[in-house]
Ligand binder design. Structure first.
Ligand code: AGP
Length: 610
């Protein structure tokens, strides 16, 4: 997820672009750049690192000019560095482009354009866009050339385009990534999101799928990808900048909980070759032959990522018939490791900077194990120490409590399990296909759960006074119980413990009384009857049960009226659904208790120290 800003008008573009980019930093911040037209040439300044680096460079050498585009990057293709930063320009330095999204067919386009003589400077997917525009930009208006170029793209994009040949024009277009038009007095704007233009204007036109905008300082035209002009009324936005950065949600955590279906959808569409349902991990560079030979898997991670690893173990063991161990990194790094070249070590980390995980990986490498990391931050330390990477592409996760990164990690583990089962011929292509089709249903099922947020919020608030919680789950949802408990304690500071429900009789049942809330994961599964017995035991001791159950389950009401229903899905993928009500329970209890949801006390987003 990146941030785009464009400006055309009477004022100094540099100042407008930098202010806008600063308000989009929550969308990505590993590098940034601007392209500003001045005296008929495009001035390009790009810097690795946070926006501050670019601001300092421009303050030292200001660029004049009233037409420009800017970009703050969350790298998906190509390490975060100056060359890969946007904007990107064509061979003749006549056109500049900024892009947010993923061009899925960029490799073949790059090959074709290179053959046609185009010179590429970066490793990004974006650069194919500016060379495609250059290819078509011959005797036709910039918006025409842009439209022809976009017709060649597969995947998601929001683009901003300028050309020195048409200094009175700013072009934008979107497919799968957001883009808005801001309307001012003798000036107009493009941006990925509302915060970037608030302060200059409150009048905004939202581009819909496959729509383009052609802006001058005095006018704007919206059209579809066939060139047909559309009439669209501006919307008056009365949000503050902060409200707009959260897209109207009260906290980043709630916004990120709601982003999950879209992230899973994009993750799967980028990883599964259309039609063939062939699973591809382009940045997974451990040779397939080596992966086929591994004899066991060792997963290492911390916190939420560790819980994802526990789910991953169930998936890998059941789909790939392979032995899997899972350790918290702070234990892994100090224990005697029985691993070697036949062990695949999977390191899971949202940030890619967690000190204990990095130390564990270093130890594993010393013992000759190949390292596959599942990570959300391209170019982070962990990815540079790995032999192969699967990026989760969840975009920046601003809330300290991990939500969207967790379900994206699960999706990566599920897909890797299916890939491994396929290449080891444990599952036939047809069987892999069946699982892939079930995985594709998850996003819609998550959306269905999110439609009931107000009901879940009310239930959470009814239980916000409890002084402690127990979370119980079985089998693949035992890790879901651990994760649900972690979410609650992280953001609400209420003591909460996740437990394997079958362990109740071995101690935890002593805790049960009317003062304890017990969250029971009782969705349809091979262990439903066993879970149901646990609910009977809890009810008999007056425990306050909150049940997460499958739609249609009426029997559960014999034990509790406090039920959150989720759609039915195949058991192995149910953690992707169970996670959402548990995240929402934690969130709404924390809000009810006036906790600092996005920055809970004592916590850091990335634990870069031991
Ligand atoms: C999760 O909500 C916490 N923020 C924390 O447990 C986190 O998962 C853990 O610190 C690991 O971080 P990483 O994924 O960046 O390695």
């Amino acid at each position: 997820m990146c941030g785009i800003v464009g400006y055309i008008g009477k004022r100094n573009a540099q100042e407008i672009l930098l202010t806008g980019l600063a308000r989009l930093e929550y969308r990505g911040y590993d590098s940034a750049g601007v392209a500003i037209l001045k005296a008929k040439s495009i001035n390009l300044i790009k810097k690795k690192g946070k926006l501050r680096v670019l601001i300092d460079a421009l303050n030292a050498h200001p660029l004049g000019g009233g037409l420009g585009i800017g970009h703050t990057r969350w790298a998906t293709h190509g390490a975060p560095n100056q060359i890969n930063a946007h904007p990107h320009i064509d061979c003749k330095s006549e056109i500049a482009v900024v892009h947010n999204g993923i061009i899925e067919n960029y490799a073949e386009l790059k090959r074709e354009l290179t053959k046609e003589g185009h010179e590429f400077k970066s490793e990004t997917d974006t650069e194919v866009v500016v060379h495609l525009i250059e290819k078509f930009y011959d005797g036709i208006p910039l918006e025409e050339a842009t439209r022809k170029a976009l017709a060649k793209l597969e995947g998601s994009f929001a683009v901003g385009v300028i050309s020195k040949k048409e200094p009175e024009k700013l072009v934008g277009a979107r497919q799968g990534s957001p883009l808005i038009v801001g309307l001012g007095e003798k000036e107009n704007f493009l941006a990925s999101d509302i915060p970037a233009v608030l302060g200059s204007t409150k009048d905004v036109v939202f581009l819909e799928e496959r729509e383009m905008a052609v802006l001058s300082k005095d006018s704007y035209r919206i059209m579809d990808f066939n060139g047909t002009t559309l009439s669209k009324k501006p919307n008056r936005i009365n949000w503050s900048v902060e409200q707009a950065q959260k897209q109207g949600y009260k906290h980043f955590m709630l916004k990120e909980i709601n982003e999950q279906p879209g992230i899973i959808e994009k993750f799967l569409s980028a990883r599964i070759k259309k039609g063939a349902n062939k699973i591809i991990f382009e940045e997974q560079t451990i040779p397939e032959e080596r992966i086929k030979k591994i004899k066991n898997i060792s997963i290492v991670a911390c916190g939420t990522a560790y819980h994802a690893g526990l789910v991953g173990r169930y998936a890998l063991e059941s789909l790939c018939n392979i032995s899997v161990s899972v350790d918290v990194s702070s234990e892994f790094r100090y224990k005697k490791l029985l691993i070697g070249k036949d062990t695949l070590v999977i390191a899971i980390s949202q940030s890619g900077e967690t000190a204990d995980t990095l130390a564990g990986v270093k130890e594993a490498k010393r013992l000759g194990a190949p390292i596959l990391s599942i990570c959300n931050v391209l170019g982070s330390t962990l990815t540079r120490q790995s032999d192969g990477v699967i990026y989760t592409h969840a975009g920046p996760e601003i809330g300290v409590a991990s939500t969207k990164a967790y379900t994206a990690q699960l999706a990566a583990l599920y897909l890797f399990s299916l890939y491994l089962a396929g290449i080891k011929n444990i599952l036939s292509p047809k069987e892999v296909n069946k699982y892939v089709e079930e995985l594709r249903k998850i996003a819609a099922q998550q959306k269905e759960i999110l439609k009931n947020q107000s009901g879940i919020a009310k239930l959470a608030r009814r239980h916000s006074h409890f002084g402690s919680f127990l979370y119980l789950g079985r089998s693949i949802n035992f890790p879901s119980a651990l994760e649900g408990a972690l979410k609650l304690k992280e953001v609400s500071y209420i003591p909460a413990e996740g437990y394997a429900a079958g362990e109740m009789k071995h101690g935890p049942i002593a805790l049960i009384d009317e003062y304890r809330a017990v969250v029971c994961i009782t969705c349809e599964s091979s262990v439903y009857e066993k879970m149901f017995s646990n609910l009977q035991e809890i009810r008999a001791r007056k425990g306050k049960i909150i049940a997460v159950a499958s739609q249609g389950d009426k029997k559960i009401k014999e034990q509790t009226q406090e039920v959150i229903y989720i759609p039915k899905c195949i058991e192995i993928f149910s953690p992707l659904l169970v996670a959402i009500p548990l995240q929402l329970i934690a969130y709404h209890i924390a809000v009810k208790r006036d906790c600092d949801v996005d920055q809970p006390r004592n916590l850091a987003k990335s634990v870069t120290v031991e």
